[in-house]
Design a protein around this ligand. Sequence first.
Ligand code: ZN
Length: 361
Amino acid sequence: MVRTTLTWTERFGVHDMGDWAIYVPPTGLVEPDTHIDNPKRTARLRRLIAKVGLDERLDVVSPRRATVDELTAVHSPEHVERMRAVSEEVGWGDAGGGFTPMNAESYDLALLSAGSVITCVERVLRGEAERAYAIGRRSGHHASRDTGYGFCIFNNVAAAARVAQRAGAERVAIVDIDAHHGNGTEAIFYDDPSVLTISLHEDRMFPIETGAADARGADGSNLNVNLAPGTGDAGYLYAVEHLVVPMLNAWKPDFLLVVAGVDASMYDPLSTLALTANGFAQVAERLIAVATEHCGGRVVFEQEGGYSPVYAPFCWLALLETLAEAPRSEDPFAPFLAGAGFTELAPHQRALVDDLVDQVL
Ligand code: ZN
């Protein structure tokens, strides 16, 4: 049995952003609802993990907080201090771009979320775990050096990558499977060829202005894979097998971080990529195989977007079960999705990936 760490604190299951409608404040014509970045999803995941008996296979540990020093390895000191002041002194504000509400608890939750990934990285590097999965709230991959954005306050995976490098990892690869472009992570490492950043995302979904295929970074150390609406399991897996895995094999990382957003799922309101839980498990298998081949097995998944309160927990569970080499639990939604047209590889999806393969490999 592979020794797998899971980081969790009950606080990840209660941090609430109030009555915004999806991500729009409830003013004018917009009636109050539940902000889409709400704690229901992570709380349900935690209960689901317990219900299927997966705790027995995991070392469940509390995350530590990231230090200011660890955050300023990837953020300006001014950004870190502004986030603290907005949250702790004002008690309500926005981390950046108008999409990123914060309340009095958000700064501390952001420290815990970055610390959650760092805790996982440290446990793997110390040999206390072979693999690890970091739950967090708040997400991080849209946060860049000087600002938060898109629900994100600090770039959790970027801070963790620097911690890994300080501890001796030389070539860190970050594969972002969240449905949205990992623009903050890309920007932080764009001129740094020691960190390979790969983002698979829906074409011009969010942010609309970033994520283009011609953004290649220093020495080709950045790759954006723009996927068409309705890509589905087969199209996504085609991109992973024909583009992402060959690129990782050529680059040979010694530590792998996976930005595990599941907002590419079939029932997610913030993308139209239409993956199933089984599709996520297959993607995870391929990425873990890369870590086994090149990284001495060292791989950390860190949780990001996923906005279907019903289905996201099943998709995250599929990733975690694959990581822990546990038997896969039933996906109660699979019978309703099997055989649907979007699960097949379409010619235009194949062509899109093949074009990129010709350009970058
Ligand atoms: Zn996302």
